[in-house]
Write a protein of this length. Structure first.
Length: 496
């Protein structure tokens, strides 16, 4: 420890301040090169939650690098990870990742520019995905102040000190509130607001007998229990609960200003037969449930992953689902009156998203429509009317992948079920097989400004995180070349 670090540590002991240790290198870390210095007039921000600071997949960061070498932006560092469908959370110098290693859910706090580790915490879990997907967490970590909160795949809710890793409190929501495993375990990210951790719990009132996962017993899963709860950020004590039969979805709660008041919107709905769920409007201070807007088909197998898109200036919100298969109910725009009751403005089957959250800009929604790889497409929809403005499939020929696959002709690739982030006057797009794109999206059409293949891997489903000019991308499957494993990679996106 340096002399200055030792001094600050001593002062911390004297004044009771929790200070982080010096970050250390570890065996899963590969450091490539230090990032460029930030531009003098750079605008930067944290990325404390899965959709960014504003819960809308946007960032104020500028300037960012718009032209890349063929291999893409320079790598700063990478860390091998276990199973997870999560995005990193970044606050200040801290980057928190959440995954499963050796049957333990693992929370690690890394230095955002070096990848070195401040601390690591883990706890055992017993989880086997019913559909053969990964056995790690789905909900991303959330940071506020000096506290990081995680909700794991088995519904364990934990709060840690961001600087030291000390566990502050925890809840086993599955045991406390009879939360079923659901289709893919628990997957919503918590929302932290005014000292409360708000969670789409999805509990059921009826105790289970060990056979709850059998479809013929799924009528139990529609019983009323704790659907949403708020926990004190510092102590973990329950602040309020909402009992409702709508279960927990894979969408995350978001804040919205409706008629000048802060409300929480949750697209809820877990496993039940028939399926039930929809958009909840809640007062975050009191837990008052203002409204339930049903928006779910009654087909049994369906999972909701897209979070609500809010349009505060019009007191509106948009939700979307790609289920049921082959005939999705699609998306619906609702408007709230002064009593916070929702009414439908329009609905459309042409914007039915699987898990990506649409991005709103200048009166239009930009989204990836479609459940499967072979029917996914980029769409632009008029947010006032629901009319489809245009649709596009971004495709190209790739000769590198053809060599990996032992073919002589280039392989056709597409962004497939991609994710979008609005930043620096354009859109970053992360394709499902590891491609990164700069896109110009307007009502007039889509222009691809830049493209790079970061890696070749399937299931690249998590939205990247962006903070201080660094882009954090999650590779969620082994590389098709079998040379890379699951990892998080930090790229230098800092512009001049």
């Amino acid at each position: 420890m340096s002399r200055s670090s030792s001094l600050f540590f001593t002062l911390g002991l004297l004044f009771g301040t929790a200070l982080a240790q010096e970050p250390q290198a570890f065996d899963r870390l590969t450091f490539h090169a230090a990032p460029k210095a930030l531009a003098t007039a750079a605008k930067t921000s944290d990325w404390p939650r899965v959709l960014g600071s504003n819960d809308d997949a946007s960032s104020i960061e500028t300037p960012l690098l718009k032209k890349w070498p063929e291999a893409g932006p320079a790598k700063v560092w990478e860390v091998a990870m276990g199973e997870a469908y999560t995005s990193p959370a970044i606050s200040g110098d801290y980057c928190v990742i959440f995954h499963a290693l050796k049957k333990k859910e693992t929370v690690e706090c890394l230095h955002r520019e070096t990848g070195r580790r401040f601390w690591i915490k883990d706890y055992p879990i017993e989880y086997q995905d019913r559909y053969g997907f990964g056995n790690g967490p789905r909900g991303s970590p959330v940071i506020t102040g000096d506290i990081v909160v995680t909700l794991g795949v088995t519904s364990e809710l934990h709060a840690f000190d961001l600087k030291t890793g000390e566990e502050l409190w925890k809840h086993d929501l599955r045991k406390q509130y009879n939360v079923p495993q659901d289709f893919f375990g628990a997957g919503s990210s918590p929302l932290i607001h005014e000292g409360k951790v708000i969670v789409n719990v999805g509990g059921k009132a009826m105790a289970f007998d060990g056979l709850e996962e059998r479809r013929e017993r799924s009528e139990k899963l529609a019983s009323k229990g704790v659907s949403v709860a708020a926990f004190d950020l510092k102590s973990g004590e329950v602040r309020w609960k909402i009992e409702d039969e709508w279960g927990a979805s894979y969408a995350s709660p978001v804040l919205s200003q409706l008629h000048g008041k802060t409300k929480v919107l949750i697209y809820a709905g877990g496993e039940s037969n028939p399926a039930i769920g929809g958009l909840l409007c809640i007062d975050p201070s009191t837990g008052t449930l203002h409204d339930r807007f049903p928006w779910r088909d009654d087909e049994y197998i369906q999972a909701t992953g897209s979070s609500p898109v809010t349009i505060p200036e019009k007191n509106r919100a948009f939700i979307t689902t790609c289920y049921p298969k082959n005939k999705p109910i699609g998306g619906v725009m609702v408007e709230y009156d002064a009593e916070f009751k929702a009414k439908e403005v329009w609905s459309s089957k042409k914007v039915a998203c699987h898990w990506m959250t649409p991005v709103y800009q200048d009166g239009h929604l930009y989204a990836i429509d479609g459940e499967r790889e072979n029917n996914s497409r980029l769409v632009c929809v008029n947010a006032d009317t629901g009319a489809e403005v245009w649709t596009k499939n971004i495709e190209w020929q790739d000769s590198v992948l053809s060599g990996i696959m032992g073919r002589t002709q280039p392989v056709g690739l597409s962004i497939l079920r991609a994710s979008l982030m609005k930043v620096d006057g354009a859109f970053l797009c992360l394709g499902e097989t590891g491609s990164l794109h700069w896109l110009k999206l307007t009502p007039e059409g889509c222009e691809e400004l830049q493209r790079a293949q970061l890696f070749y891997a399937l299931n690249t489903w998590s939205l990247p995180s962006l903070s201080h000019g660094l882009l954090y991308v999650r590779q969620q499957a082994e590389g098709l070349d079998r040379k890379t494993s699951m990892r998080v990679i930090c790229y230098d996106l800092r512009g001049e």
